[in-house]
Design a binder for this molecule. Structure first.
Ligand SMILES: [Zn+2]
Length: 881
């Protein structure tokens, strides 16, 4: 492809200072969500002779119930197979051509059932051929011909092959090598399952939007629907008179078309893969955001606009206002200008994921971005945090994903890991006290939880077939990908890592690339071979390293710490723990002012400590930047607990995680873990203070009633005072802590008073009090209502919330039936998914919540209904996330 020339042009422009769920196909294949492996942990009575809490009995811990685990592992490190032209490709297309440019004209009327289009695909054939493989799914193909350089049309035949939208184009005679244009005309039906080119009606208005990642663009238009094929697009859309068009290029002109229609011509785009195309059409309302001013990397300002359904555009104010400062930070960090000449923020009335980084037209599920006109006290703090995290992630994608694109989906981490890492980086630079680094820590810990399972997959695994692509969209790609980048950045130093990333970005701008090029560039720029070994050992292997640190203070010799690595293995797991990584490790001891750092490349090593004095305290992961869990002696854990409230929050949270994992693996006795949790609750960060709560919630189903009551009393005595104190503050952080602890008391301790408080506050919210309940507590409040009153509690408020126009609350009410306890009502809730015309995402969430119960017979009832009605269910839920 002619992409490198484009990349160099962008660089010249930069130097002359002239111009970012759910992991599977619905309930399908997931190898890394919970596993029976995790449920095998048993804690011996030795660990439970806990004098401080008088705990007794034995219990097991497990993860949330598995929804449906149907998949199996692919063997690691198999090469991508590029089939010959005779074999139907079920993954990457044969490397036969490059795509130079695309002319695309479509008629899109969201009020109609279908759409039509014609395209000219300008390609360069590497050799003469009579067969070309491309993509197109459920499209009615009309005219199809190759237009040769001499102008002679050669009619072609379109033959759909396989189930994922591959098509064989054949010509009666071979096309010559070199430049050719494929002209195709087609019609198609709008999807209703939020994928491809779908339509949605909201409050009487119809909208059409394209959600194509990963391989759904083929349902809207014929083309080369693979990220390797990047090309500039010249788009013309014929739409009903006056309808707004939001594409990737800015609008150049509008001309009358057929009666009641006009044709909108858009500026040619930079090279794009199909999954980044925006084809949004509808009666959107728009609002101008603050202009993104020129920067040291860019001489021209960038116009910023917001789009939402009528009456809601002003509520994009908070999101739009955050955009210019975040872009300035990212341009500075990446050393390259914002890659597009405009930026549109689109609040889609329906969208399967939180957001998608469509080039220059970032599109969000509206609940994520409609926060209000101004950033003041009325803005829900939980919703604001969520928006910022998502928004910064999507902005990072403008460089990582859009400017530089992974050539195939096995390198998805190259865009998603970077976007997740860059999001925390940018937000922390913008709001240093906003707790954004802690969100990254939370994601890292969530990824470690998944990565602890025997069934965990590696960040990079072969994706040979189209049907495997969605497996890559999980916490391993996003959270572990991010954590690896953070570890390398901090472990080798930002002055080593970031310049190397910048030079790789400059070199590959405009193109599609892969992990090998990234690792090569980093090793070359840094001159550190072990940096490459760190990346590959973490990217290509599943599992969390467990690093034990043992202090040795021999007589008349300097003290040292013995480091030993193995794979973390929860108690009862079948994991083989003999695995090695190249791990940058730092540790801090109380006899030294600075951390001691090394790179652990073998199973074990002795790390000599400067000085003669024997340390009393080891901090095993200062700053919490390493993607590993630490193992210490019981005494060392106890001493660490004493200083826990004083540690940096990111580090303290990682200590809580390592200790919880040690308890799961029967390496830490109960009294020590309880002391450590009590210390965490004294930490000033709400994230650390609440960090033990999910672990304690995981114990509950496995405790005998007497032990359970003791644990509940202990937990209440530790966290309830925190809630009462937080309730006296109006600070957003304290409001969120208060809501988190209240939910724990209501759902885990089952405290009647807390349950009553939640439902009362929900009633106040429904009465119009915007600050009565943070959005993060909507689902918990509705769960209490659904558990206690069943459908009699939920039905009356279903209609009331529609009038509030709070999409997050509406969604929580619609998914609440998942928490019904009455078997009949549960079946009725499932049947309603098949019968009622629910938003596909709500439908999925309702089924997921019906399955997410610890009660096996209730779960099995729903499971058998899923199996019985699978086809109908598949039509009611999103095709992909
Ligand atoms: Zn992303």
């Amino acid at each position: 492809m002619a992409d490198c020339a484009w990349g160099r042009a962008l660089l010249r422009r930069a130097h002359n200072v002239s111009p970012i769920g759910p992991s599977t196909q619905r309930l399908g294949r997931s190898r890394s969500r919970g596993s029976p492996d995790r449920a095998a942990g048993r804690v011996s009575s030795r660990h439970l002779s806990a004098p401080s809490a008088a705990l007794s009995g034995e219990f097991m811990r497990c993860t949330l119930p598995v929804l449906l685990v149907l998949g199996s592992c692919e063997p690691a490190s198999q090469p991508v197979h590029l089939p010959s032209t005779d074999t139907v490709p079920t993954g990457p297309l044969p490397a036969l051509l490059t795509l130079n440019a695309v002319d695309l004209s479509m008629t899109i009327d969201p009020r109609a059932d279908g759409f039509s289009g014609e395209t000219d695909l300008h390609v360069e054939l590497a050799r003469s051929t009579d067969t070309i493989w491309m993509h197109g799914l459920d499209l009615a193909i009309g005219m199809l011909e190759a237009r040769t350089p001499s102008g002679t049309p050669v009619p072609g035949t379109w033959t759909p092959e396989g189930e994922t939208g591959t098509a064989r184009i054949t010509f009666p005679e071979p096309l010559a090598a070199g430049t050719q244009t494929l002209h195709i005309e087609w019609t198609g039906q709008f999807a209703t399952d939020l994928s491809g080119l779908f339509r949605v009606e909201e409050r009487g208005n119809a909208f059409a939007l394209a959600k194509s990642e990963s391989i759904q663009a083929r349902r809207a238009l014929p083309g080369f629907d693979e990220p390797r094929y990047k090309a500039p697009y010249r788009v013309k859309l014929t739409v009903p008179d006056g309808y707004v068009v939001i594409g990737n290029g800015r609008e150049l002109s509008r001309e009358p078309a057929a009666e009641g229609f006009e044709t909108v011509r858009l500026a040619e785009t930079d090279p794009l893969p199909t999954y980044l195309l925006s084809l949004a059409v509808g009666p959107f309302e728009s609002v101008d955001g603050p202009v993104i001013p020129p920067s040291p990397q860019r001489s021209e300002p960038i116009p910023l606009r917001g789009f939402a359904r009528p009456g809601r555009a002003a509520d994009l104010g908070v999101t739009l206002a955050s955009t210019p400062p975040l872009i300035a930070i990212l341009e500075d960090a990446f050393g390259l200008p914002f890659p597009d000449e405009k930026l549109d923020i689109v609040a889609a009335p329906a969208w399967p994921s939180g957001a998608t980084e469509l080039a220059a037209a970032i599109t969000y599920r509206e609940a994520r971005v409609l926060l209000g006109p101004t950033d003041d006290d009325s803005v829900d703090p939980a919703a604001r945090q969520k928006m910022l995290k998502t928004h910064a992630h999507e902005l990072v994608h403008m460089w990582f994903g859009n400017l530089v694109t992974p050539a195939w989906w096995n390198d998805l981490w190259l865009k998603e890991g970077f976007a997740t890492w860059g999001s925390a980086l940018a937000l922390s630079a913008w709001e240093p006290n906003g707790g954004h680094a802690l969100h990254a820590t939370g994601r890292k810990i969530a990824a470690m939880s998944t990565d602890s399972l025997a069934t965990a997959r590696a960040v990079r695994e072969p994706i040979q077939g189209d049907s495997d692509i969605r497996n890559a969209y999980d916490s391993i790609t996003y959270g572990k990908g991010m954590a690896i980048l953070e570890m390398v950045d901090q472990g080798y130093g930002p002055n080593v890592f970031r310049p190397a990333v910048r030079s790789w970005l400059e070199e590959t701008a405009g193109s599609s690339t892969d992990t090998a090029s990234f690792v090569r560039a980093l090793v070359q720029a840094s001159g550190r071979r072990e940096l490459g070994a760190t990346l590959t050992s973490f990217l290509d292997q599943a599992g969390v390293p467990l690093v034990s640190m043992t202090l040795d203070c021999p007589n008349r010799a300097p003290p040292s710490v013995t480091l030993r690595q193995q794979r973390y293995r929860p108690s009862g797991s079948r994991i083989n723990d003999q695995q090695l990584w190249t791990i940058p490790i730092c540790l801090q001891v109380d006899t030294l002012d600075e951390p001691v750092c090394t790179v652990l490349q073998h199973k074990d090593m002795d790390l000599s400590l400067p000085g003669e004095r024997c340390p009393r305290l080891i901090r095993p992961n200062p700053g919490g930047h390493g993607y590993y869990r630490s193992a210490l002696s019981t005494g060392a854990w106890n001493r660490l607990a004493q200083v826990l409230p004083d540690l940096e929050a990111t580090e303290a949270w990682m200590v809580v995680d390592s200790a919880s994992a040690g308890f799961d693996a029967q390496k830490i006795p109960a009294p020590s873990i309880l002391k450590l949790y009590e210390a965490a609750a004294r930490h000033p960060s709400r994230h650390v203070a609440a960090a033990p709560l999910p672990a304690i919630a995981g114990w509950m189903p496995h405790l005998e009633p007497k032990t359970k009551a003791l644990v509940q009393d202990w937990a209440r005595s530790v966290w309830q005072p925190l809630r009462l104190k937080a309730a006296r503050s109006s600070a957003p952080d304290q409001r969120l802590l208060e809501a988190t602890v209240l939910q724990f008391e209501a759902l885990v301790i089952k405290d009647p008073q807390a349950r009553l408080m939640l439902t009362e506050r929900l009633a106040q919210r429904i009465d119009g009090n915007l600050t009565a309940l943070p959005s993060s507590a909507y689902e918990a409040a509705l769960q209490v209502l659904a558990e206690e009153r069943g459908s009699a509690g939920i039905e009356p408020i279903t209609a009331a919330v529609v009038a509030l126009d709070d999409p997050a609350l509406e969604r929580a009410v619609l998914t609440a039936p998942g928490h019904f306890t009455d078997p009949q009502q549960r079946i009725e809730a499932f049947d309603s998914v098949l019968r009622d015309d629910l938003d596909p995402r709500v439908a999925f969430a309702r089924v997921a919540s019906l399955m997410a119960t610890q009660n096996a017979s209730r779960r099995d009832d729903i499971r058998s209904r899923i199996e019985q009605d699978w086809q109908r269910l598949a039509e009611a839920i999103p095709r992909q996330w």
